[in-house]
Design a protein around this ligand. Sequence first.
Ligand code: AMP
Ligand code: GLY
Length: 436
Amino acid sequence: MKILLLGSGGREHAFAMKIAQSPKLTKLYIAPGNAGTAQCGENVNMGVLDFDAIFDFCIQNKIDLVVPGSEDPLVAGIYDYFQEKANNGAPKILVSGPSAFAAQLEGSKDFSKAFMQRHGIPTAGAFTANKDNLEQGLAYLRSLPAPYVLKADGLAAGKGVIITESLAEAEATLSEMILGRTFGAASEKVLIEEFLKGIEISVFAVCDGKNWKMLASAKDYKRIGEGDTGPNTGGMGAISPVPFADEVFLNKVANQVAKPTFEGLAAEGHPFKGFLFIGLMNDNGDPKVIEFNVRMGDPETEAIFPRLKTDMVDLLTAIASDGIETLPIELDNRTAATVFLVSKGYPGTIEKGKKMHIPMVEADCTLFHAGTALNPLNEVVTNGGRVLAITALGNGIEQAKNSAMKMAELIDYEGKTYRTDIGLDLINYQKNQTNG
Ligand code: AMP
Ligand code: GLY
């Protein structure tokens, strides 16, 4: 099997590593890739949205399967593009991701909310405002208790959600997002949403359009500072599995969210193929959906994939060609703790090009490159805000966390920054459960 993987983050390095471990692989290309993916296959200098170039490359190199890592190519319709080429007589190349229609679950918060309402999927109440119904939107906002949640409808690189305690600020922000086009076309429509209380968790499922299976749970640590303080980032770490996501809770997620989502899309004529990322709040034991993503999460992938025993090429092929029903999803029972090393100043302005010293990696650890590059001397240097993810497996969160932190101390570069409290809230949660 010849595979082209699209993307360049830590998530894609995790995909590349798992794909490269499969005996079914004959050749792996990654576009554009990073210094880590270069160790698993051949990096190709191609943008993930350049469908013409991607297609030509696939034909020239006899690619069997394209694996999109991030949402951008999916929302832009890479699945449909390859489908149309095949309909017009080109060789059939599999794409392990959803169609543009199904990708609207992530690409449009308005679509996603209306879909959930249509199919009775538990989620926060909401109103979609635009320039023509702004007064109604403001009235809806005033009817809600604080805090206020505003979401740009379209993709906004993870920055489109604003949460504020102040009604005056929420009103001003709503008007500015729509009329001032804060996020361009993405905020022509804005969702005003009820605030959900509880603990946030990410749950993943896979579907081939007909059959689906739950994959795993993870918790993402989004804020830059210890104790979950400071601005949001692309993710500072993750833990998988999440202790409170027990069988009862995950069954609720399966029956109340995953099942109606996959069946609902199929019934609407747009079956979902790919990874579904269910971002949800655990509201006293009941799941409430915050958002859907139509791909794996980053850094959740870096925590989940080291636990996954199922052959990755088998999994991706099953997604793309109706094989999920007979494919066993097998996970290591140990806990994975992922800590992200980032550049000083992240998520603000950062400096790149800092030479990295990476010592021997401990047996229970795996490193995933994100913002790294090779300099002309072939040395690994920093090349972005989030630099490198370290995942350790252990018996329980504490052991996994301690191993990951030990490795984090050993890696060195100027401006190295990371959170030392990844998983600490869950360790305390477990202590409280046992004590009381
Ligand atoms: P999203 O881009 O939809 O994942 O939103 C970013 C973050 O905002 C989420 O990860 C949550 O922490 C928070 N958030 C979004 N919607 C809500 C909500 N309705 N209630 C509480 N927090 C929310
Ligand atoms: N971890 C959040 C995301 O991948 O969107």
